[in-house]
Design a protein around this ligand. Structure first.
Ligand code: COA
Length: 259
């Protein structure tokens, strides 16, 4: 169905694998369009409860936007590329009401690091490498990197990484809060699936509210506290709140329906 992606749905987990390993899974127009389509599936297919984004092979998650597509672009084309990416892919992932985890299995550079950062959180293999090397090309991150890297690791480190174009390894990324866990590459997808299986046992509407509210906090949205109060109230009208509280009192596991 896709030319540049592999997709696989199992136990409610939709795995989206960027599949251009000979080009380090670089994000060309087709990949961006197809990740947008795959995310649309995540939003609309009720059988999909959560998603993983990863890269094909053991060398790269995604080594950036496809640099060959930059050569013909001028100001308007560059801005349009960034805007389209934000709309089709990066904001769509960030705002997805179902959890989306990046399983970073190698180079995660430029647009690849930005793709990982648009996900709700990140796990990495031991060989993963992160960086925003755009200054080497006379560019800056254009898929949200200046904003999301600063949100995730703070101003000073974000400035340094983007100004120097230095790459960091998985353990340093973990120490900085860029990734939550580091696993041997052979275990990466299994461990990511374990995390998502656990999340899938929780109340889906509540998980969706958490995604939206944490996104607001990360953007210093002044309405975050008020919106939390409203969302907390909304939870009280859900069937899952009745089930969750009843299951606790009856000393059994809840079965949530996302209603
Ligand atoms: N865009 C387009 N093509 C890319 C690419 C990108 N971002 N990253 C890698 N490729 C291509 C290479 O051109 C090469 O193609 P070729 O075999 O036709 O020559 C192929 O992928 C393999 O990459 P190569 O550079 O030979 O692998 P390596 O192991 O020596 O180095 C990297 C790996 C990731 C360090 C290196 O490819 C790199 O620096 N890529 C660009 C990273 C970058 O600047 N990203 C930000 C873009 S905004």
């Amino acid at each position: 169905m896709y030319n540049t992606l592999l997709t696989h749905l199992e136990n409610g987990i939709f795995t989206i694998t960027v599949n251009r390993p000979d080009k380090m899974n670089a994000l060309n127009k087709d990949v961006i369009a197809e990740i947008g389509m795959a995310m649309q599936e995540v939003y609309t297919n009720p059988e999909i409860k959560s998603a993983i984004i990863t890269g094909a092979g053991e060398k790269a998650f995604v080594a950036g936007a496809d640099i060959t597509e930059f050569t013909a672009l001028k100001k308007d084309g560059g801005a349009a590329l960034a805007r389209k990416g934000a709309e089709l892919v990066f904001n769509k992932i960030e705002n997805c009401p179902k959890p989306v985890i990046a399983a970073v299995n190698g180079f995660s550079l430029g647009g690849g690091c930005e793709l990982a950062m648009a996900c709700h959180f990140r796990v990495a293999s031991e060989n993963a490498k992160f960086g925003q090397p755009e200054v080497n090309l006379g560019l800056i991150p254009g898929y949200g990197g200046t904003q999301r890297l600063t949100q995730l690791i703070g101003k000073g480190k974000a400035m340094e990484l983007m100004m120097t174009a230095d790459m960091i390894g998985a353990e340093e990324a973990k120490a900085l809060g860029l990734v939550n866990h580091v696993f041997p590459i052979a275990d990466l997808i299994i461990k990511t699936k374990e995390i998502l299986q656990k999340i899938q046992t929780k109340a889906p509407l509540a998980v969706g509210h958490i995604i939206s509210l944490v996104n607001k906090a990360a953007k210093c949205d002044p309405n975050g506290f008020e919106d939390e109060i409203d969302a907390f109230g909304d939870c009280f009208d859900s069937e899952d709140k009745i089930e969750g509280t009843a299951a606790f009192l009856e000393k059994r596991k809840p079965v949530f329906k996302g209603k």
